[in-house]
Ligand binder design. Structure first.
Ligand SMILES: [Zn+2]
Length: 518
């Protein structure tokens, strides 16, 4: 039912409008409390005896594009309780309306707080100006700081990591509540004592996820000996990869010898071809496995867990576009490579004849595919020794032997084939690294002890020693669902807020903005 509009409904509840004036572009609203009785702040007894009045000027939310100045006529009362020390007191308003000594109504304060959380001081203030909210940038920050409330939820599972105040210069520590996906606190440094003291104050933490290497693990074992520490899975994978890289660095001498001694011989080319063919078989097997699982109705998440392939890869296979991930060049030929190879080895160099032979064997591609293959093959055989002797960097070799294995050019394949034939210890190290990655992806905890036993005899023995030293946390990483990926995400958010404030924000302000926002 339509009701008559009252001017008092424009201003906060509990206040009654006496008059409204327009001064320039500003609305000046004079108002007073709607009730006759006030309560003494000291003895809580009610009083009706007004002593005097004064006017408080506060800002309120804008109205129709005009800023609003609220003139609140505030009464002073005499306290009538006989033994109260307070003779006269000013009336107070509801906290949801107007705080004691505040220059803004609570609802305006709340908006300013959220502007500050989202934008920071200066940008917050300039947007506020456009919204006809009269606040300065200092005020925005003051409100953000004043309204920051520490979290009181019980903490069970936390992730801890460091973040850069200034890169390579000073670092802080971030603690996240992994269950509620929130930042819990920012600590001013990454000293063990600081972290230890903070952890000691939170004895209800059950699980702590952290990276390896930094002092967080040690601090946690000192402060909370019963807590389950979880090594971060991403860091574990990364550590394994860099262990392989240093294995390659250690093997550069035999690698140079292997590559230097290489002349182009048919055997090596066969070997290179073999590598590519192996890759092809591996890819086919993967696709078949993923498709079979999907056919059984397994969810993508489960397939990722079971096969250990990345989510992206699984999705691409299921979507049917294998081209992006799996090399399709020569794909029609891949299956015939062994046959083609045998023919080539027996001296048949004529592309047309090779094609006819393949065709009678069921090959459905055109002659062009075969003749291009023959050209490439001939060119590879002619590749000068000089070109081959250019030894790639350790990083490149490590990459070619691992992640780029399925996307190698012919020249790279020849080099890697030479290395694999000449430096078998490196192949062993690669296999162990793969096995470790697989173990972390599939979370096969049972494989951990056998893996350590095998790896301690290899080129990545020092990595295995590190794993042994931290075995409880590594095992927890394979068993527990928690990981620090989320914490990394929160650090990204932290960096964004830090940059928004031109990197000048002190830690309490960062804390207020990040924790207030969630
Ligand atoms: Zn009193």
């Amino acid at each position: 039912m339509p009701a008559h509009f009252r001017v008092s409904s424009l201003i906060p509840n509990g206040l009654v409008v006496d008059s409204v004036m327009q001064v320039d572009e500003m609305l000046v609203v004079t108002a007073r409390a709607g009730i006759e009785v006030a309560t003494c702040p000291l003895c809580r007894s009610p009083s009706r005896r007004a002593h005097s009045r004064y006017v408080r000027q506060v800002s309120d939310l804008p109205c129709s594009g005009r800023s609003v100045c609220l003139r609140v006529v505030t009464r002073r009362f005499c306290c009538e309780a006989p033994h109260c020390r307070r003779r006269i007191f000013a009336e107070r308003f509801d906290e949801a309306v107007l705080l004691v000594r505040s220059r803004r109504t609570s609802r305006l304060d709340c908006i300013v707080h959220h502007l500050g959380l989202a934008l920071g001081g200066r940008p917050g203030a300039s947007l506020a100006k456009r919204l006809m909210l009269p606040v300065s940038n200092d005020t925005v920050l003051r409100v953000v700081r004043a309204r920051a409330r520490p979290r009181t939820d019980p903490l069970n599972v936390v992730g801890i990591d460091d973040w850069a105040f200034r890169r390579n210069h000073s670092y802080g520590t971030i603690v996240c509540d992994l269950e509620r996906r929130r930042i819990v606190t920012l600590l001013p440094d990454r000293e063990m004592a600081t972290v230890e003291a903070w952890l000691a104050g939170h004895p209800d933490i059950r699980v702590l996820s952290r990276d390896r290497g930094s002092g967080y693990g040690e601090a946690a074992s000192k402060a909370l000996p019963c807590v389950i520490q979880v090594a971060d899975r991403w860091h574990l994978m990364e550590n394994a990869s860099s262990a392989f890289l240093s294995a390659v660095r250690k093997s550069m001498r035999p690698i140079r010898a292997a590559i230097g001694a290489t002349t182009i011989n048919p055997e090596l080319l066969t070997c290179a071809e073999r590598l590519q063919y192996d890759g092809y078989l591996r890819r086919e097997e993967t696709i078949a496995k993923i498709l079979a699982l999907a056919k059984d109705g397994t969810a993508i998440k489960q397939i990722v867990r079971k096969t250990g392939h990345s989510r992206n890869r699984v999705r691409q296979v299921l979507r049917g576009d294998r081209g992006d991930v799996f090399r399709t060049r020569q794909s029609s030929l891949d299956a015939c490579l062994p046959l083609l190879d045998a023919q080539w080895a027996s001296g048949c160099r004529n592309a047309a004849r090779l094609w006819r032979q393949l065709k009678s064997d069921g090959f459905r591609g055109s002659q062009r595919v075969v003749s291009e293959w023959a050209t490439r093959r001939r060119r590879a055989e002619k590749a000068s020794d000089q070109q081959l002797q250019k030894v790639p960097s350790a990083r490149t070799i490590a990459r070619l032997m691992t992640t780029a294995r399925d996307h190698m050019s012919k020249a790279d394949t020849v080099i890697i084939a030479a290395i694999e034939a000449g430096v078998p210890t490196l192949v062993a190290a690669r296999t162990l690294t793969d096995r470790f990655h697989m173990m972390v992806r599939k979370r096969t905890e049972a494989d951990l002890v056998p893996w350590i036993a095998a790896a301690s005899q290899s080129l990545i023995a020092s990595f295995a020693t590190g794993i042994t030293k931290d075995i409880a946390a590594v095992r927890a990483a394979l068993v527990q669902p928690w990981s620090n990926g989320q914490t990394e995400g929160q650090i990204t958010k932290l960096k964004l807020v830090k940059r928004q404030m031109y990197g000048r924000a002190k830690i309490d302000l960062l804390q207020a903005r990040l924790i207030g926002a969630t």
